[in-house]
Design a protein around this ligand. Structure first.
Ligand code: FAD
Length: 535
């Protein structure tokens, strides 16, 4: 991994991305299916064409060997993977890039970075994989600071201990998904937390953002898998006790580490609950003529106590946008897996729920270990793997492409869905003069409600700056609608800079005051990720 270069203009390594044929087919789907055509055909600026401001702060001697002002490093660490960040790079907006990137190797290094930042009045932005889609690592911290230091955690990437008896491991915060799974594999164990960004996101980043994994029920968020955490703050370390459960007051993990998004401290390690590697697996696919019938099937399965690994519905538009359907049906994917027992009885019951709600079989699960690769299920899976690479093709061609995700209770779902979809559709029409494409899937499902995940695409202005304004207007109206209709501003993408305004509306005001007080106590000089979580 060390030999590979991360892209600054998109997802993953420089050598990875869509093939020319995939790009052609993506653009054809947008044009033929939705009338969304490129408004330009340009490229991201090359590294040679990028000019950065001179660094405003300099690492002290004790941190010089773990710090760099390398141009590529500074650019990569100044942006996440959001639509506005993609546009800022396209627009060559490098005014706010980080000044120095530091790669700590120990908690002591982090303490020394805090001392330096406090003395220099520099902002500190913790950086895991940089996969934030909500501006969590975007280095625009305002004029109050003399500079910005990105703290890249990826040198702290080890599994330090495995307790095979309790099935838990002590994992450093900077371990990326593949690194930590590779270290757990010899023990026959897995963390079994697979966000779509798994390859380029870290254990500490997951905890800091309360990420949601691929598994759609039961252990959905990393929260469910964390036993204890170590958070290094500017005034000392917070190390919680390792326990399978505890009723002793508010949880330090939940109060300080989980969801802190780099604003209260840096999570350097944690104990996580592990599971056996699954050997029994089954997948089925069902088609529904009506989206709400499919939603009813998800509710029935979720409330039956079956806890499938996957219970996802994908509407016709989303399938069509991704070349996995013609728009005429909603797909429901159901999977079960276990390291311990055959899963057929559970699948049989889930199938009954789907057929009762009006589903017809797309892919049969019986004696079919390849079911996940077949039919619309397989086509959707292929598209899902390719999806992270789409934006780097769409932004320079002037096509707006973004997603947002939320949650609501089942009793409110249908009204909520219509309100959000209408608000998004209307915003797109008002802003672009085009219908665009608005789609919905469920990323996760609970007995009391689903987590709907919306995507929208529209032709943007040929001018990149105007396109950024168009995105902002659409995003604002979608976010207003989420809050006005009782949803959450995010189910798992986190708050970052982009959702802060709506997070402040969502959380109780007094709770916001308490968070602010906690921040003042833990980060008295206010250097940690300014503008995130605590405004
Ligand atoms: C293609 C793609 C797919 C995605 N799929 C999912 C998904 O399935 N589920 C999901 O939940 N999210 C998803 N995301 C969003 C993102 O991957 C998650 O928010 C992820 O948890 C971020 O981890 P990271 O290590 O990349 O953190 P970063 O992006 O580097 O940082 C995110 C935030 O956490 C802070 N932070 C990072 N590390 C630490 C640390 N050690 N201590 C304290 N603060 C820290 C940062 O300051 C920042 O505020 C996706 C993103 C992309 C680009």
């Amino acid at each position: 991994m060390a030999d590979k270069t991360l892209k600054y203009w998109g997802w993953g390594y420089a050598e990875d991305g869509l093939s020319a044929a995939d790009t052609k087919s993506l653009l054809a789907t947008f044009a033929d299916g939705f009338g969304i055509n490129p408004s330009r055909d340009r490229a991201f600026p090359t590294m040679d064409a990028i000019t950065l401001p001179t660094p405003k702060v300099e690492a002290p001697a004790n941190l010089a060997k773990i710090s760099t002002t390398d141009k590529h490093d500074r650019v990569v660490h100044s942006f996440g993977q959001s639509q506005p960040d993609s546009l800022r790079i396209y627009n060559s907006d490098f005014d706010h890039v980080v000044d120095v990137v530091a790669y700590p190797e120990s908690n002591e290094d982090i303490a020394a970075i805090y001392d330096w930042a406090g003395d220099a009045n520099a902002a500190v932005i913790p950086f895991g994989g940089g996969s934030s889609v909500v501006g969590g690592v975007t280095s625009d911290v305002g004029s109050k600071y003399n500079g910005t230091i990105s703290v890249d955690m990826t040198r702290m990437n080890k599994v330090l201990e495995v307790d095979a008896v309790s099935r838990a491991a002590r994992i450093q915060g900077g371990a990326r998904g593949p690194e930590l799974e590779a270290q757990l594999k010899p023990h026959g164990l897995t963390l079994r937390h697979f966000p779509q960004s798994f390859e380029h996101s870290t254990f500490g980043g997951w905890i800091a953002t309360r990420s949601g994994g691929h598994f759609a029920t039961l252990y959905t968020h990393i929260d469910d898998l964390v036993e204890s955490t170590t958070t290094v703050t500017p005034v000392g370390d917070i190390v919680s006790r390792r326990l399978p459960g505890s009723g002793a007051g508010p949880s330090p993990d939940r109060f300080i580490a989980m969801g802190s998004e780099g604003s209260l401290g840096i999570i350097t390690e944690g104990w996580a609950r592990l599971q056996g590697r699954p050997t029994f697996k089954a997948t089925a696919g069902f088609r529904f003529a009506d989206f709400f019938d499919a939603a009813r099937a998800v509710r029935a399965v979720s409330q039956a106590g079956l806890y499938p690994a996957n219970v996802r519905i994908v509407d016709g538009t989303e399938l069509k946008v991704n070349g996995a359907g013609d728009g005429s049906f909603t797909l429901m994917v159901v999977s079960f897996e276990s390291a311990d027992h055959p899963v057929e009885p559970w699948m049989a019951r889930a199938e009954e729920c789907c057929l009762d709600a009006g589903g017809v079989v797309d892919v049969d699960w019986r004696d079919n270990p390849q079911a996940h690769l077949q039919g619309a299920v397989g086509a959707w899976r292929t598209a899902f793997i390719r999806m992270p690479y789409n934006r780097e093709q769409l932004t320079p061609r002037g096509i707006i492409s973004d997603t947002f995700e939320t949650a609501t209770t089942w009793d409110a779902f249908e009204t909520f869905y219509h309100a959000i979809k209408d608000a998004t559709q209307t915003a797109i029409r008002d802003v672009t003069g085009h219908d665009g494409a608005v789609s919905c899937r469920f990323s996760h499902a609970y007995p009391d409600g689903p987590a709907p995940y919306f995507a929208f695409h529209a032709p943007g202005n040929a001018d990149g700056k105007a396109m950024l304004e168009q995105w902002q207007e659409i995003k604002t109206r979608c976010s207003d609608a989420l809050i006005a209709n009782g949803g959450t501003i995010t189910h798992h993408h986190a708050v970052g800079r982009d959702h802060q305004k709506w997070y402040e509306q969502q959380r109780p005001a007094l709770f916001g005051d308490i968070l602010s007080d906690a921040k003042k106590r833990l980060d008295p000089k206010g250097v940690l990720n300014p503008g995130v979580i605590v405004g």
